[in-house]
Write a protein that binds this ligand. Sequence first.
Ligand code: NDP
Length: 285
Amino acid sequence: MTNIISGKELAATMRQEIKEETARLYEKTGKQPGLAVIQVGENPASSVYVNNKKKACSEAGIKSFGYHLPDDVTQEELLDLVHTLNADRNVHGILCQLPLPDHLNEFEILRAVSPQKDVDGFHPYNVGLLSVGKKTLVSCTPAGILEMLVRSGIEISGKECVIVGRSNIVGKPVAQLMLSKNATVTVTHSRTKDLPAVCSRADILIVAIGRPRFVTADFVKPGAVVIDVGINRDDVGKLVGDVDFEPVSEKAGWITPVPGGVGPMTITMLLANTLEAFRDINAVS
Ligand code: NDP
């Protein structure tokens, strides 16, 4: 029988652990971790993400500071805010909700965030540390995927891991993480030849492409672990992943659902990274 990996349940356990840890650190230092959340414009999806993040912070004992800027904010104004937050002692994590409007240079904004406060793990310095196998703040979705595998007791070392998608926020960093855990890693993308054949080699298949139910049972080796990162609406508006859940779950050994899989772990890792940045900045353990 297939094991469903419930990100929702794992996230609830981790959030409780984080809450207890923030309370312990408050007793010890009199300080509370703080996360600054910057949103530009009125993108409705961004508003939902930002509100979910602020709510999760408050439940975990992390202060959140919201900065909602108008759509026509200039690059200089946004950079000024980032520099101010870099210097703010009450702020330990800074996140800039993506996507930003086209007139803003996303790379330069992310590069302006202090690497110590880069709780999204997008700063090139932190990306570099990850790629040379050093401890750093790791991008939340990949970190959440690793946490799910580890907490589910899934062996990674020596396994064949195939990743579908090579984005900077999921595919590439999750490849680095899996490599750091001694998996044999293959990264695939839209130009990969015979994708089903490549995927069906995988003991662990991680899919992050943004195509509803794209991965069918033909892609999956019997007993494989299938991690579905995708969040899509299908033709009738239902929230679905990149994996065709029903048939694939009959063949896989382990599978994450959508919703309730990778999504809740992503926000949880944001809390974990903010706590980590707080510890690092205050040199407290
Ligand atoms: P991007 O659009 O940045 O990247 C998509 C990747 O998928 C690209 O590398 C692209 O290849 C590849 N791809 C697209 N079509 C195919 C195909 N037919 N065959 C093989 N590869 C293909 O997406 P993201 O990584 O940002 O997000 C992917 C999905 O994950 C989305 O549904 C997103 O909503 C979801 N997501 C979920 C999160 C969560 O917390 N659960 C967090 C982040 C994302 P190429 O490079 O060649 O173009």
